[in-house]
Design a binder for this molecule. Structure first.
Ligand SMILES: [Zn+2]
Length: 876
């Protein structure tokens, strides 16, 4: 019986009686370069007090063997260990007022990105290690009390090859050299922090250094050493100047806004391989996915996205690290703030100009999707255990929370917002908090009672919808508004009650601009405070009907939009010349496709039609991905051939006549959408081959780089127009870890039953042909490759899928199980309703399955249902 799933009650019970003072942790990774060694020694010495002497508690440790446990001088070893060790728990009985426990064991090198991940660079065989712990994987490295509110001071000692770069939250204070070519780095004790933000980095990383200098607290000078590290083979791609510039701009900005100076000493930025997320806010050592080291051309939107992540993580140094949620219910207390502040800082402190535009289209798009699943939840969630916590790093916690904070800043004013933050840091520094603590600070700063606002925004779920109801006299150009009402409607899926949230918004009025070919331009904005379900807009009455009325101009609030028919038609016809309005309207159109209110074919055609009219790379990459998804999943089988060919041709044509980022996005879209064309013509194959070629231009004066070549190779693979030799040839041209992952994807995409069988077997077992565990990235690639191409080829495999779900959940780590189940879940089913029925039956028959697993199936089933609805809508 696995017992890794700590409950909220168990955590609360531990924190009621325990206070942890220090951890002293020694980890020896000298054997990391030997592939046959699967574990490494770990010693954890923990000092803590207990307010209930005589009582019992337990430590968390997911290990590969325990040698001994010493509790207040009494040692357990060998057979005695079975008295106290039970799976992932070590029971400690008969506690004293002050206690010392030492656990000596073997921890396991991870291949899933959870715990201490080991990666061997395929191009030079160098071994790299890093850790990732949130929410509860420090226990895979050393024994501890794994919950955010048992903070302590940590002292780490790491033995590793002496030429390696070894780092942790704090600086190294001394080094012991050993005769065997290794050395032990001793780190300074940390300030008080939670287990999930401790970290270790070790390997022959390439390092560049810099520093930030500033004055804080009206005169005191603060110097923060900075560095950036990457694998040796990526060193030539490391654009450290831009990374340091953004990092310094962020430190300037946050020190201007926050009165509490950066408390963690140095600020390292480590870019690491096979990372499961964007980044992690470990104090003093932020880890980032190395997708942020651009090996191929990156658009302005990608650079801006990286800046946003850097500034998101930096905000956590205060929101999350300095003040930490007591339990995972209040995860939003750090994630929503970091997401909001990261975007605000990108907009205010860096040279990037479209942070709020990308936020409106992509970040909020994510929130709106998540908020319409049957599994949606209030921003302040009810998280009863760790598995549920792990599944809750979602669009509500991040993007909806951040959108709501943007609305909060509009509601109370930005100054009050920052005053509240500063009071909150002063009062709770190095401690733990819940929602009430922030609300108290906010009430003081704003002089308002925040209870009604909190109830309406943080404790309800589901999006509400804003729309304008118009009464018009006369027709066409002579139409005059006789009445205009802004309306809000929506139902909380959890309670069934109407949602009536207070909104402080602007309503934007747009008219055609003859000099711009009729593109709509903003002529007027109305400031509106909506408190209930509707409000009259008398400003519009008696005036000519505007061509387009946008209810959430400037994207101040969080709500779905229902444009009136005439406004929507005007947008589709002409577009608007305002970036934020464009972002908001496109997000709303995509939502209408997903809710079965807009024909996916109309959406796809409009994306192609506006192809050269959207200058923001952030919006264009978002809507071209939406269009590709619509092609793959939402268009009826009897029309997809015609629509895909049309869209794919348009993408090619736009690739030929645009330039810069816009061309780059259309080229990617061309290669991606090529996969949705049911029968590839010779012309299509020829175009893809031009893109794969390294000695021919695919567009005027444009040669494909590695990323584009792989996108085209994967499309050729789906059509059976490339084979393993082509993939090998590309690896020979440009080898990298990323190229190897792409090859795995391309092989799994080959359209023959044998390749699909191999891909399926590997995905469902997590093991490759040679019996080795697939790493997280390769597992994702196998699953993604399997899911490419014709449904007919994939359908037979689902006979065993449903009966094996629990086995996958039990045998893989939660993150790997999630990537497999979501990765192979039936998509693009060409009108086949069988998978939808099977998902429903599985849910009926597995009421007692782990909630986190059920949540995945419920969400995937909902997405499939929406796709099938779209397929019906678009039938010829
Ligand atoms: Zn975060």
């Amino acid at each position: 019986m696995r017992n890794e799933n700590l409950t909220r009650d168990e955590a609360a019970s531990r924190s009621r009686s325990l206070e942890v003072s220090t951890y002293d942790v020694t980890v020896d990774v000298s054997n990391a370069t030997q592939a046959s060694e699967e574990t490494y020694p770990s010693i954890s010495r923990i000092s803590f007090t207990c307010s209930a002497p005589g009582s019992s508690t337990f430590l968390d440790y997911i290990h590969g063997g325990i040698e001994s446990v010493t509790i207040n001088g009494t040692e357990y070893a060998g057979a005695e260990l079975s008295d106290i060790v039970d799976g992932a728990r070590i029971h400690l009985h008969d506690l004293q007022a002050t206690n010392e426990v030492v656990v000596t064991g073997q921890s396991v090198y991870s291949t899933s990105g959870e715990g201490l991940h080991r990666f061997v660079d395929p191009t030079d065989e160098l071994t790299y290690l890093y850790t990732q712990y949130e929410p509860a994987d420090a226990r895979r490295v050393f024994a501890n009390f794994e919950q955010p509110d048992l903070k302590a001071e940590f002292t780490f000692h790491v033995r590793a090859p002496k030429e390696w770069h070894v780092a942790s939250n704090e600086a190294i204070v001394s080094v012991d050299e050993h005769d065997d070519g290794t050395s032990t780095r001793h780190f300074a004790p940390t300030k008080r922090m939670s287990t999930y933000i401790t970290t270790i980095l070790a390997g022959p990383y390439f390092e560049v250094r810099d520093e930030w200098r500033g004055t804080v607290n009206g005169g005191e000078e603060l110097v923060i050493p900075l560095n950036a590290t990457v694998r040796q083979s990526l060193a030539r791609h490391l654009d450290h100047e831009e990374i340091f510039t953004v990092t310094k701009q962020g430190l300037d900005y946050y020190h201007e806004k926050f009165t509490f100076p950066y408390p963690w000493g140095k600020y390292d930025s480590a870019f690491v391989p096979e990372y499961n997320l964007g980044a992690m806010e470990n104090p003093g050592l932020v880890t980032f996915t190395e997708q942020y080291i651009f090996e191929s051309h990156a658009t302005e939107a990608q650079h801006e996205g990286r800046a946003g992540t850097i500034l998101h993580e930096m905000a956590h140094m205060w929101f999350g690290d300095l003040t930490t949620m007591t339990w995972w219910d209040d995860l939003w207390l750090k994630e929503s703030f970091a997401d909001y502040l990261g975007t605000l800082a990108t907009d205010r402190a860096t040279d990037f100009e479209t942070a709020w535009i990308s936020f409106a289209n992509r970040r909020k798009g994510w929130a709106y999707v998540q908020d319409q699943f049957p599994t949606t939840h209030p921003i302040v969630a009810d998280i009863t255990d760790l598995e549920a916590a792990d599944q809750n790093f979602d669009g509500i916690t991040y993007a909806k929370g951040a959108s709501v904070l943007k609305q909060l800043a509009a509601f109370v004013g930005e100054d009050a917002f920052f005053d509240a933050a500063n009071t909150y840091f002063e009062k709770h520094a190095f401690g733990n908090t819940s929602l009430q603590d922030f609300l108290d600070a906010l009430a003081t700063a704003s002089g308002r009672d925040m209870n009604a606002w909190t109830e309406a925004w943080l404790k309800t779920s589901g999006p509400s919808t804003l729309g304008i109801e118009l009464e018009v006299e006369g027709e066409g150009a002579g139409a005059v508004v006789s009445r205009a009402v802004l309306k809000q409607h929506g139902t909380d899926p959890a309670t069934g009650k109407d949602i009536a949230r207070p909104h402080v918004i602007k309503v934007g009025l747009f008219s055609p601009q003859p000099s711009q070919g009729g593109m709509l331009e903003l002529t007027e904005t109305l400031d509106v405070r909506l408190e209930g379900s509707e409000i009259e807009l008398p400003e519009l009455v008696g005036k000519p009907r505007p061509a387009l009325i946008l209810p959430n101009h400037e994207d101040l609030t969080y709500a779905l939009l229902e444009l009136d028919e005439a406004s929507q038609a005007a947008f589709i016809e002409n577009g608007v010349d305002d970036g934020l309005a464009r972002a908001t309207i496109w997000a709303s159109l995509w939502n209408q496709v997903r809710s079965g209110r807009l024909d996916p074919v109309v959406f796809i055609r409009t994306v192609a039609r506006h192809g050269a009219m959207v200058p923001e790379a952030g919006i264009l990459s978002g809507i071209t991905l939406n269009a590709t998804t619509a092609l793959e999943n939402y268009v009826a089988a009897d029309r997809v051939g015609e629509v895909a060919a049309l869209f794919n041709d348009a993408a090619w044509e736009l690739t030929q006549r645009t330039s810069g980022d816009i061309r780059r996005i259309w080229a990617r879209t061309f290669a991606r959408s090529a996969k949705a064309v049911p029968e590839a013509t010779e012309e299509l194959v020829h175009r893809l081959e031009l893109m794969v070629s390294t000695d021919q231009d695919f567009a005027p004066d444009e040669r494909a780089d590695s990323e584009l070549r792989w996108l085209a190779l994967i499309a050729l693979s789906v059509h059976g127009a490339a084979d393993v030799q082509d993939f090998e040839q590309e690896i020979a041209r440009e080898d990298s870890a990323k190229a190897r992952v792409n090859r795995t994807h391309a092989v799994a995409a080959l359209p023959d039953p044998r390749s699909k069988t191999t891909a399926w077997t590997q995905a469902m077992s997590g093991v490759d042909g040679s019996g080795a565990k697939l790493s997280n990235d390769h597992l994702s690639a196998v699953a993604a490759g399997f899911s490419e191409g014709s449904w007919t080829l994939r359908a037979p495999f689902y006979a065993s899928f449903w009966s094996r779900l629990e086995e996958v959940w039990d045998t893989m780590t939660q993150s790997n199980a999630t990537r497999v189940i979501e990765g192979v879940f039936p998509q693009g089913v060409e009108g086949d309703r069988e998978p939808l029925e099977a998902a429903g039956a599985w849910l009926d028959e597995h009421q007692d399955a782990p909630q986190a697993l059920r949540r995945i199936i419920i969400e995937e089933k909902d997405a499939l249902e929406r796709a099938l609805k779209g397929q019906q809508f678009s039938e010829a």
